[in-house]
Design a protein around this ligand. Structure first.
Ligand code: AMP
Length: 543
C-alpha cells in the first residue's frame, strides 16, 4: 500500500525557491572577480537564476541533459548558474582551474561539455586551450559589458547580457528527482580522472544532511562562507545547505590569501566557514603576524579535504574561541562522510580524552553508512586500533562513474571502496590512517604517514610536513619526513626528531628528515605524495 502523501520531487531549485520566499531579504555578499564587494539577496538571486534558465534555453540551446561547464570562483554569479542550469534539467560540470591543461582538455572532452561559463580570470587559459576542445560551442564570460575583454574565444557571450535576455518570471519545470544535475571529476592521481554525476535527489538529501545539528548545524541565523571552492567536491554542499537553512552566504571570490580571507570573515560577519587545512594555515599565519586581529563573529570552522593537524585546531579553539569540526569525505560522496562532533557518550569524556577523539575524522550522520574490512572483504572490529579498507553506502554516494569507467571500486552489495585506510573506535569515530597507496609499509606493519605529519607540524618552526615511504633493503619501506620551515626559523633535523620522540612508537621514527622550500600540492590542495616520491626517487637511506 502506498502512502497518501504529496508527490514533491526533491529538486534543487526548490531549495532556492524556499530561500527566496521565506528568507528573501537574506544577504549574499561576494567579492566580485572585478574587485568590489557585491551584495544581493535570495529574492534577487532566484529571479536572476530563473532569467538565466530561460536565456540558456533560448540563446544557447540548452536542453534537459545538456552538460554545461563552469570555471569560476565562489560568487553570487556561480550560484545563479548552478540553480539556473540545474533548474532546467541540464547539468553543471565544475572545472578545477588548478588542473593541468592536459587534464582539463581530457575532462571537458570526456564529459562532452557544450558551453563553458568562465570567470574573467580564466579567459586567457581558454583562449589557449579552446582548439583542443572541439565540441564546446562557445564561452559565456561571467561579467558585464563594461568589463568584457577583447577576446579570441569562440562565440563569446557576455553573462549580464545573457541574463538580461531571460524572463525573471520563468516557471521551473517539474521532473524526476533522480535527474542528473551536477558533475565533478575526481583528481585522478592514478589513471584518468573519473566523472561523478550528482542527482537532484542526492544533492537535496546531502544538503539537508550537512545542515543537521550533529553535522554543520546550519541555521537561518548563520552567515556561512564556503572557502572550499564550488569547483571542488560540490563545495561540501554549502551552496545547497546554506539556502535551504536560510543562512546568509558570504562568497570569497578569487582572493584566498590570509589577509583577504580575514577581511571577508569580518566584512561578512561570518559565523561558520569551511575549507582545507592549507587555507587555515595561511589565515593563522596572517593572524600571527597581526596579533591585534581577532575573529569575533566566527563560531565554528569546518576543516577537511586532508587531515586537520592538532596545531590548527588548537589555534582556533584556544586562541580565537572558534570551534573546529573536522570532516572527512570525497567527491564520490557529495562529499561529506563524517564529522567530528560530540556524541552523548563522547561528551562524558574528560577534556584531554575528548581532544584525542576530536582529532579523528568523526562519525557518519544519517544517510551515510560505513564499515572497515580486510582485503578479502571481512568486516573488522570497531576497537580504534584495527586498520581496514573504508567502505561506504548512502543516497549521496556514487554507484558508478560517468561512462562506467573505474567501476571496480563498487561491489555487488552496493559498498563503495573509498581507497582510504581507517580505524573506527568504540564511540563510532572514524580515523583515516592513510590513502591505501600512501601508507608506509615497514617490516610487514603499517605506519600512518598522516599521523607523522600531524605530529611533526606541532614542532615549533615547522610550517608544513609530509611523510613518504621510501625503499629500504631490510624493512621494505621506511619513512622519510620532508619539512618546510616557517619563515625565519632554523629548526633542525634533531629538533624535529626530538619532538616526535615519545609521541609515536619508536619504530615509526622517520629514518631521516630533509628540509625543502616547498612541498608539492595537487589541484585540490592535498600534499602530492606522487610528486614527492618522484622528487626523492634517488634518495637512499644510509643505514
Ligand atoms: P576529494 O575527492 O578530492 O575530496 O578527495 C578525497 C580524499 O581526501 C579522501 O578519500 C581522503 O583520502 C582525503 N581526505 C578528505 N578529508 C580528509 C580528512 N579530514 N582527513 C584525511 N584525509 C581526508
Amino acid at each position: 500500500m502506498l502512502g497518501l502523501m504529496q508527490d514533491f520531487p526533491l529538486l534543487v531549485h526548490r531549495v532556492l525557491d524556499h530561500a527566496a520566499r521565506w528568507h528573501g531579504d537574506t544577504e549574499i555578499v561576494s567579492r566580485a572577480v572585478e574587485g568590489p564587494i557585491h551584495r544581493t539577496n535570495y529574492r534577487e538571486l532566484n529571479a536572476r537564476s530563473r532569467a538565466l534558465a530561460d536565456a540558456v534555453q533560448k540563446r544557447l540551446g540548452v536542453k534537459p541533459g545538456t552538460i554545461i561547464a563552469t570555471m569560476a570562483w565562489n560568487t553570487w554569479r556561480h550560484m545563479e548558474i548552478w540553480y539556473g542550469v540545474m533548474g532546467v534539467g541540464a547539468i553543471v560540470h565544475t572545472l578545477n582551474p588548478r588542473l593541468f591543461a592536459d587534464q582539463l582538455a581530457y575532462i571537458v572532452n570526456h564529459a562532452e561539455d557544450q558551453w563553458i561559463f568562465t570567470d574573467l580570470t580564466f579567459v586567457p587559459l581558454f583562449e589557449k586551450l579552446q582548439d583542443r576542445l572541439p565540441k564546446v560551442r562557445g564561452f559565456v564570460v561571467m561579467t558585464d559589458r563594461a568589463h568584457m575583454p577583447e577576446t579570441t574565444l569562440r562565440n563569446p557571450v557576455c553573462y549580464e547580457e545573457l541574463i538580461a535576455e531571460g524572463d525573471a518570471g520563468f516557471e521551473w519545470p517539474d521532473f524526476d528527482e533522480n535527474t542528473a544535475c551536477g558533475m565533478c571529476y575526481t583528481s585522478g592521481t592514478t589513471g584518468n580522472p573519473k566523472g561523478v554525476l550528482y542527482s537532484h535527489r542526492s544533492n537535496v538529501l546531502h544538503g539537508l544532511m550537512c545542515a543537521l545539528g550533529d553535522a554543520m548545524a546550519i541555521s537561518g541565523r548563520d552567515r556561512i562562507m564556503p572557502v572550499v571552492p564550488m569547483f571542488h567536491a560540490n563545495a561540501w554542499s554549502i551552496a545547497f545547505s546554506g539556502p535551504l537553512s536560510g543562512a546568509s552566504m558570504v562568497m570569497p571570490g578569487a582572493k584566498l590569501d590570509g589577509a583577504s580571507i580575514y577581511e571577508m570573515l569580518n566584512e561578512g560577519k561570518v559565523t561558520i566557514t569551511a575549507a582545507v587545512p592549507t587555507v587555515w594555515l595561511m589565515l593563522l599565519h596572517y593572524l600571527e603576524q597581526n596579533p591585534h586581529l581577532k575573529l569575533p563573529h566566527l563560531d565554528r570552522v569546518v576543516i577537511g579535504g586532508s587531515a586537520c593537524p592538532e596545531a590548527i585546531m588548537k589555534a582556533f579553539v584556544e586562541h580565537y574561541g572558534s570551534d573546529v569540526i573536522h570532516a572527512w569525505g570525497m567527491t564520490e560522496m557529495s562529499p561529506i562522510g563524517t564529522l567530528g562532533v560530540k556524541s552523548a557518550k563522547a561528551a562524558e569524556l574528560p577534556s584531554a580524552e575528548w581532544w584525542k577523539v576530536k582529532l579523528k575524522q568523526g562519525r557518519p550522520p544519517f544517510m551515510v553508512d560505513m564499515k572497515i574490512t580486510d582485503d578479502v572483504g571481512k568486516s573488522l572490529p570497531h576497537d580504534g586500533r584495527t586498520f581496514g579498507r573504508l567502505k561506504v553506502k548512502g543516497p549521496s554516494v556514487a554507484r558508478s562513474y560517468f561512462k562506467g569507467e573505474g567501476n571496480d571500486a563498487f561491489d555487488a552489495q552496493g559498498w563503495f571502496d573509498t581507497g582510504d585506510v581507517a580505524t573506527i573506535d568504540e564511540y563510532g569515530y572514524m580515523q583515516i590512517t592513510d590513502r591505501a597507496k600512501d601508507v608506509i609499509k615497514s617490516g610487514g606493519e603499517w605506519i600512518s604517514s598522516i599521523e607523522l605529519e600531524n605530529i611533526a607540524i606541532g614542532c615549533s618552526g615547522v610550517q608544513e610536513a609530509a611523510a613518504i615511504g621510501l625503499p629500504h633493503p631490510k624493512w621494505d619501506e621506511r619513512p622519510l619526513l620532508v619539512v618546510v620551515r616557517k619563515p625565519g626559523s632554523n629548526v633542525s633535523r634533531e629538533d624535529v626528531l626530538a619532538h616526535l620522540k615519545g609521541r609515536i612508537a619508536n619504530w615509526w621514527m622517520p629514518d631521516d628528515v630533509v628540509f625543502v622550500e616547498e612541498i608539492p600540492h595537487t589541484a585540490t590542495g592535498k600534499i602530492s605524495k606522487l610528486a614527492l616520491r618522484e622528487q626523492f626517487g634517488d634518495y637512499r637511506f644510509t643505514s
